[in-house]
Design a protein. Structure first.
Length: 241
């Protein structure tokens, strides 16, 4: 933060707790509405997807069915990719959310596989995954995007949920843009702080810092996706070719 910033009014403990109690009513209503939306999501119909749709993995072409790794459900994150561009020019938003998916055992315990479907070539993008130190399963969906994202804009970040029933695969849900925040914990934690995300669109009191534009720069630092810097400091090469 630069310069003087505003701060909340200072009150005694009793007044503070009274205000917090009033807010807690709204928080609980918000959580219950989220539960109701999730219940509606579980009741959506589904559409069949060709289970033989090919992706490229570490051992070459693999059908979508095999990406489930024997589990019943699959969550796929469609990672945006700029072919032929160096690491600093790769998608800062996709880097932001993928960095935060670190522990998969809880998903596995619910019979869910998580995988990244990169929208670029495998050989180039897998080097980016390794540079970032991610352990998540990684595939190229480049040649099958029109089939997998039928009717949607290829090139955007997407989260898509699938269900396997024997040898058949069904799509049960998808979201993009702010819906992808489900993968994030940093913004959720920022929302608990007095200054929030510090972005201009937020409804904040006068004098609150709001310097982070929502144009990609909010997840970049000194010309790179923010999470890349720690990898460089650890001595990793970001060469993708």
């Amino acid at each position: 933060m630069t310069g003087a910033v505003g701060t909340p009014e200072v009150v005694d403990r009793k007044a503070f707790e009274a205000e917090l109690d009033a807010l807690r009513v709204r928080e609980k209503a918000h959580i219950r509405e989220g539960d109701a939306i999730a219940a509606a999501r579980r009741r959506l119909p589904m559409v069949e997807v060709d289970s033989a749709t090919a992706l490229i993995g570490p051992r070459g072409p693999v059908p979508l069915l095999d990406v489930f790794e024997g589990r019943r459900q699959l969550i796929a994150y469609y990672f945006m990719w700029h072919s032929g561009h160096p690491a600093p020019e790769q998608c800062e938003g996709c880097t932001w959310v993928t960095t935060q998916v670190a522990e998969l055992s809880y998903l596995h315990s619910r019979d869910i596989t998580y995988a990244v479907f990169c929208q670029g070539p495998y050989d180039e993008s897998i080097r980016y995954r390794d540079f970032m130190g991610w352990d998540v399963p990684w595939y190229s969906a480049l040649d099958s995007l029109d089939t997998l994202l039928v009717g949607r804009q290829v090139g955007l970040m997407h989260v898509v949920s699938y269900l396997r029933d024997g040898d058949h695969v069904f799509e049960t849900y998808w979201t993009t843009r702010r819906g992808v925040e489900a993968m994030d914990y940093s913004l959720a934690l920022m929302d608990l702080t007095v200054y929030g995300r510090q972005e201009p669109w937020e409804d904040s009191p006068p004098g609150w810092p709001q310097e982070f534009q929502v144009d990609g720069s909010n997840t970049r630092t000194n010309g790179r996706p923010t999470a890349q810097w720690s990898r460089l400091e650890a001595g990793r090469s970001d060469a993708l070719s």
